[in-house]
Write a protein that binds this ligand. Structure first.
Ligand SMILES: Cc1cc2nc3c(=O)[nH]c(=O)nc-3n(C[C@H](O)[C@H](O)[C@H](O)COP(=O)(O)OP(=O)(O)OC[C@H]3O[C@@H](n4cnc5c(N)ncnc54)[C@H](O)[C@@H]3O)c2cc1C
Length: 459
């Protein structure tokens, strides 16, 4: 099929938000071009690492059990963002999510009941059969069946605006592409380490990026430079503690280290620095990226003994193991005497009591700083095991301000034919903190809205 000289809708990005937009626009009769900066094999951005999306529903819906109403969902969001949200956009996202699940199924996504050990999410979060990779592949197949054109290794460097409207965009290889409307769905900027370092200082050079190396914020920067309104704190990002042996980019979900509540965590000098047992892990895992980032060299070590075996999700890299604490210290590159002193002090502060790994059991230390307030059992049973930990960045919060029609807000009001969806605008709704599964909800809802609006404008 020959290409039109001017596309109705040009979509920048190749993840969940982009594909939802492309499918909606194509179904509305628009000619649609998707520009994905990654090669085909790495298409799909961070969306391909995901497992589930959070969905409002009245009564059982597909794999979801019970009911998850608007107000409960909204309260959950307010708790994590501490009010840092746009209430209108947040409620719109929540309400629209209910219609998204059947839409996703109709466009090729398959769901599965949540697995055990996935934090009782079976009422609130629908899990993708085959994970985010299968979701992304299904959407590409659907989009292509609808006649959407996709170009890979097509990095957009500049989106040309004139008189408050999009005219054409330029790829970094110099190719120009004209369109009647554009949807920006190119994610956050976390893969640009220099940008992260400007926000976080040189420590950011030691951070690992859990997702795609292609989300470098090129389009976000370009729009902000042209006066588009921003949302979200540029110095904020979502980060968890991941295995220090993970690659710099794209290690995904499997490198998260979940043994912290059953461990002592020490820094490079063998010193503890935070209560490892503050609360159940789903409520605390997201603070550990930041805690490790604040330690010297941005590194920490979780130390467990044989009693912790089987109590947490297995890790992709096996732990470092030794029969003695001194042997473990040596293998991990930690100062042996300091680790011994820390563990001895910790063990002496443990008290007898009953241990319940899945709930706060109040088994707390006495007389040490920082305390461990739950699951505090002596580290005394060989073999001893350890993981090195690094901050693993999931996404950044800085983004573009949009209205409920997904239209990007320029310096002098809405840009007439520029829409945004997904992580690039999520800061409006998720101003801080994180609610499991909400990233995909925002991308699906706003991707669909942006695709519909862009097609309507173009045609
Ligand atoms: C390990 C991990 C696990 C996660 N698990 C979940 C989960 O289970 N549930 C959930 O809701 N959220 C999860 N998230 C968050 C979720 O990934 C994001 O919220 C969501 O994928 C964002 O979708 P998106 O389409 O906006 O961005 P992405 O899927 O990241 O897509 C951005 C796309 O833009 C492309 N791109 C970037 N710059 C350019 C450019 N200049 N030109 C052209 N293309 C460009 C990229 O190649 C990519 O294809 C997880 C994130 C990670 C890292």
């Amino acid at each position: 099929m020959s290409e039109p000289p001017v596309w109705d809708v040009v979509v920048v990005g190749g993840g969940n938000a982009a594909l939802c937009a492309a499918i909606e626009a194509a179904e509305a009769g628009a000619t649609v071009l998707v520009l994905e900066s990654a090669p085909r094999i790495y298409r799909g951005g961070n969306s391909r690492h995901t497992r589930n999306f959070r969905c409002m529903h009245h009564g059982p819906l597909s794999v979801l059990t019970g009911t998850y109403g608007e107000d409960e969902y909204y309260d959950d969001l307010m708790r994590v963002t501490k009010g840092e949200t746009d209430p209108e956009l947040a409620r719109l996202t929540i309400r629209y999510s209910e219609a998204c699940l059947p839409w996703m199924e109709a466009h090729g996504v398959r769901f599965q009941a949540s697995l055990s050990g996935t934090l009782s999410l079976d009422r609130t979060n629908a899990f993708f059969l085959g994970g985010g990779k299968a979701l992304v592949n299904a959407y590409y197949a659907t989009a292509e069946d609808l006649g959407v054109s996709v170009r890979y290794e097509a990095e957009v460097g500049h989106v040309h605006l004139e008189d408050g409207a999009f005219q054409w965009l330029e790829l970094t290889d110099g190719t120009r592409i004209a369109g009647r409307a554009v949807v920006l769905a190119s994610g956050g900027f976390q893969a640009d380490i220099d940008w992260l370092a400007r926000a976080w200082g040189p420590a950011a050079r030691n951070f690992l990026i859990r997702g795609t190396p292609y989300n470098r914020g090129v389009v976000l920067r370009d729009l902000l430079d042209q006066g588009a309104q921003s949302v979200g704190d540029p110095t904020q990002c979502h980060a968890v503690a991941i295995d220090g042996r993970a690659p710099k980019y794209d290690a995904g979900i499997v490198t998260r280290v979940d043994c912290v509540p059953f461990s002592v965590v020490v820094n490079r000098d063998g010193q503890r620095f935070h209560d490892e047992g503050e609360d159940v892990w789903p409520k605390r895992y997201a603070i550990w990226g930041r805690l490790v980032a604040a330690q010297p060299d941005q590194v920490a070590y979780a130390i467990i003994d044989d009693k912790a075996r089987g109590l947490f999700m297995p890790t992709v890299f096996p732990p470092v193991e030794a029969e003695t604490l001194e042997g473990l210290a040596q293998a991990l590159g930690l100062p042996g005497p300091a680790l011994r002193e820390t563990v001895d002090a910790f063990n002496a502060a443990c008290r007898p009591g009953s241990f319940h790994p899945t709930e706060r059991d109040g088994l707390a230390t006495e007389g040490i700083e920082p305390p461990k307030t739950n699951w505090a059992r002596p580290i005394d049973t060989p073999p001893f095991r350890g993981y090195s930990l690094r901050p693993g960045v999931t996404f950044t919060y800085l983004g573009l301000r949009v209205c409920p029609r997904a239209q990007v807000q320029g310096a002098d009001g809405p840009l007439r034919n520029v829409y945004a969806a997904g992580e690039i605008m999520a800061g409006s709704i998720l101003g801080q903190g994180y609610l499991a599964g909400f990233g995909m909800t925002i991308g699906t809802v706003f991707g669909r809205i942006a695709g519909q609006e862009a097609a309507t404008h173009a045609r």
